[in-house]
Design a protein around this ligand. Structure first.
Ligand code: COA
Ligand code: MG
Length: 295
């Protein structure tokens, strides 16, 4: 499974910000052609983004631009501009049904072939950001092998619901959880909505930790200062790694004595606890491998 902890949005029409982005190292760059670009800048954004794809990809981070939704009439031109071997895939705004995914895949196929890419090589990350999308999330996740993750968009979701965004996030708790469960059921990764208070590092840390506890595996960033905090929230901490090692050692010692359960510091160690410890160590290995590949 690809590591997608931090995904940095960069407005696709802003050459200076795309240039600046090259000096950072998120897991994924997301040059945006959608809602951070004003309508009369859409064509410019395609051209500017296209001219940066090779440079972004050469940094070793994945490049997964965000394109406009099917109903905007902008998607065909977006895809034509950005489908090249330099992108890992596409993130697509405001997906609501499996029928849309089928149409989007139908548009991608000939362009992928024209770019000399193997069929199915380009991955997809649909944005789940309306009531209808939440209800259809599992079907959407399961509708194409291209889909590796789904992204939850809180601002569009609360707009669609006609409800206010508040600081305690209680209004999005169900939707966030529904996205995580649907993603897990379909064996894809859930990615969390960006945190807009880009100067509030404590707030971001709390928010990312909440998302991690709920089952998200990564989160979008809107500012480079958010990357490290997000990476840390979605990576096992040194304490978690040490504890996981202790759990495995205690369990193996118990197994040698013919026992299937034991305890550590007053807590039961049984099969699910051991599975979780192994998962933490695997994730720690994947993070370490990813870092060494980038160097
Ligand atoms: N990607 C690349 N560079 C970025 C950046 C981003 N997402 N956000 C900020 N920067 C750059 C700035 O251009 C500035 O560069 P400089 O020092 O060369 O001038 C530097 O980082 C510091 O930025 P700062 O002054 O702290 O913030 P700002 O006021 O310039 O920008 C935002 C704040 C919110 C406007 C900006 O971060 C942004 O546009 N983010 C993306 C929003 C987005 O994509 N939304 C769509 C998804 S919801
Ligand atoms: Mg949105």
């Amino acid at each position: 499974m690809t590591i997608l902890r931090s995904l940095l949005f960069v407005p696709g029409n802003r050459a200076n910000m795309l240039q600046k982005a090259l000096s950072f190292s998120p897991d994924v760059f997301v040059p945006d052609l959608e809602d951070s670009v004003p309508t009369d800048e859409k064509a410019n954004a395609r051209a500017v983004t296209a001219s940066f794809l090779a440079k972004l990809s050469d940094t070793g981070s994945l490049v997964i631009p965000r394109v406009n939704s099917l109903d905007t009439g902008l998607l065909e031109q977006d895809l034509a501009a950005i489908i090249t071997p330099k992108i890992y895939g596409l993130s697509i705004g405001k997906v609501q049904t499996v029928q849309e995914i089928a149409k989007i895949c139908g548009l991608i196929e000939p362009l992928e072939q024209k770019a000399g890419l193997a069929a199915g090589r380009l991955k997809l990350i649909p944005w789940i950001e309306s009531a209808k999308a939440i209800v259809n999330a599992y079907e959407i996740c399961s509708s194409s092998k291209r889909i590796i993750a789904i992204a939850f968009g809180a601002e569009d979701f609360t707009n669609d619901m006609g409800i206010e965004r508040t600081d305690d996030d209680s209004e999005i708790a169900y939707a966030r959880s529904a996205v995580c469960i649907a993603a897990r059921a379909a064996d894809v990764v859930a990615l969390d909505t960006p945190y807009f208070g880009f100067r509030d590092t404590d707030g971001l840390q709390r928010d990312a930790n909440t998302a991690n506890k709920q089952g998200f595996k990564g989160k979008f960033a809107i500012h480079p200062a958010q990357i490290d905090i997000i990476n840390a929230a979605f990576s096992p901490s040194p304490q978690e790694i040490e504890h996981a090692k202790d759990v495995l050692a205690a369990f193996e010692a118990a197994e040698h004595q013919g026992r299937g359960t034991t305890s550590l510091n007053g807590k039961v160690i049984d099969v699910p606890v051991v599975k979780r410890a192994r998962a933490i160590l695997q994730m720690a290995d994947r993070v370490a491998n990813q870092l060494s590949l980038k160097r």
